[in-house]
Structures are given as C-alpha cells and as structure tokens.
Design a protein around this ligand. Structure first.
Ligand code: BTN
Length: 246
C-alpha cells in the first residue's frame, strides 16, 4: 500500500479537508495530518480539542469496491489496527471500548471518527479520522471533561510523532486490507480480546439520556454490540446507544 501524506500546520478539520480532496478524486491511501485543528470534530457532534504538539490528528482515505452498506464493522476494524500499532510501539494496557475508543486503563487515549462517501451499494470511500493523545498539556483532562491518557504517560522517552504516524499508517493499511478481503468477522475475535468491557456489567445510554444495565457478551459480525439486558441476548447499534462502565 502506498500512502500520500499531506501535512498542514493548521486546518479546520482533517476530516473535512480530506472529504473535499476525496470528492476531487484523491486516491486511496491519501492521508491529511495537521499540527492544529480549529474545528476538530468528534462523534455525535462533539468537538475534538487538541493543543499544539499535544497529539497526532490525521485522516486517512480508503476506497472500497463494496458499497457503504457492506462497511459495518469498519470502525471496529480500525480500532484493531490502532491497538496493534500501539502494542508494537510498546504501549501496555491498551484496550478498546465499543464502538471505537482506544483506552489506557479506562482513560481515553484515542478517538476515531469515520465518515462515508458514496452509494450504499456502489463503490464507497471512508474518511477515517484519528485523534491520538501524545502529550497533553497540564489540566487538559479537566477541560475535556472525561478521564484521558496520553502516550507520554505510557511510553518511556521521547516520542517521535513522524515515526508514530508511519507505524499507525502501516497497521491501518494492513487491517483495512484484511477488512476489505474478509470482512469484520475475520477480526472479530481479536477485537473482543481487547474489549475493556467484555463480560462486564455496563450502562447502555440511549439517545434520550436514559440508561439500562446490561452485560456485554461480544460483538456481532456487523460490529453491533451483543449484550444481555434482561430480555435475552440483544444486538445494539452504535447509532442507538453508547456504553458506560458501571
Ligand atoms: C471521538 O472520539 O469522538 C472521535 C474523535 C476523532 C478526532 C479526529 S482528529 C483527526 C480527525 N479530524 C477531525 O475533525 N476529527 C478526527
């Protein structure tokens, strides 16, 4: 896999920038990275804030021959790729949180925002945005409003962000090729083995803010969460619910 890397000092959002490039025909493997984002976006309309030099913020374009309808599970596959890369970098105690957060000891280390282009059935393209905390400034956790971790607190020595980006891209390329060829099912066990909440009692948060307790039993071949919430085994999609530890 060849990657085409575009590095900016400042952009609105690398996802937005790459979405535009994709519409203009940028090839699969194009990566847009930025030192700073003015309008970094997270899932569910949240913002992604990161200070200068504090993280790695980039987006990778991947073109698929299958339609967007066949890409369920993609965000989990990307989590597997990040997990492999962080492990190779020497990070221990890294886990995944359904659907696609990367945690270190229950603190958020990285987030993934995937946006799809194209038809449900025709060829499609995914804009895979990743924000990884590398060295957060003092007090960042309070501003972010949830427990966060950064790589500098996990790995000894200086972290070379260029090398880290190369490592991440290599693993993402591998996992995306595997996903394209065999689907998420081939990565499912590897994903579940890293799930921070596997077999645990959690709160499932519904869009209206209400919650119910459930025990996490795994993920299905389409990436939906399998959980037991008192009425037998049920599937939950990330559009419907989010998960919180109890
Ligand atoms: C989340 O956890 O809610 C996902 C966060 C994703 C943030 C990254 S940073 C690079 C890319 N550009 C964006 O605007 N968002 C993603």
């Amino acid at each position: 896999q060849r990657f085409l890397l575009e590095v900016h000092d400042l952009v609105d959002s690398t996802n937005t920038r790459l979405t535009r490039a994709a519409a203009e025909g940028a090839p699969s493997g194009t990566c847009v990275a930025a030192e700073l984002q003015e309008g970094g976006r997270g899932r569910r309309g949240r913002t992604w804030v990161s200070a200068l030099g504090a993280g790695l913020t980039f987006s990778l374009l991947w073109r698929f021959s299958q339609g967007a309808a066949g890409l369920s599970g993609l965000s989990l596959a990307v989590g597997v790729g990040l997990g492999r890369a962080l492990k190779e970098a020497g990070a221990k105690d890294v886990a995944l949180k359904w659907p696609n957060d990367v945690l270190h000891r229950h603190r958020k280390l990285a987030g993934i925002l995937i946006e799809l282009q194209g038809e449900m059935l025709g060829p499609s393209a995914a804009i895979i945005g990743i924000g990884l905390n590398v060295r957060l400034p003092e007090g960042a956790a309070a501003a972010i409003g949830q427990p966060v971790a950064d790589l500098s607190g996990i790995l000894p020595g200086q972290i070379n962000r260029s090398q880290l980006l190369a490592l991440l891209l290599r693993h993402l390329g591998d996992v995306l090729s595997e996903f394209e060829r065999d689907g998420f099912n081939a990565l499912r066990e590897e994903w579940v083995a890293q799930h921070a909440y596997h077999g645990k009692l959690v709160n499932l948060i519904l869009p209206d803010g209400s919650s119910r307790e459930a025990t996490v039993l795994g993920v299905a071949e389409d990436g939906t969460l399998l959980a037991e919430a008192g009425e037998g085994l049920q599937r939950f999609s990330s559009a419907e619910i989010s998960l919180r530890g109890v």
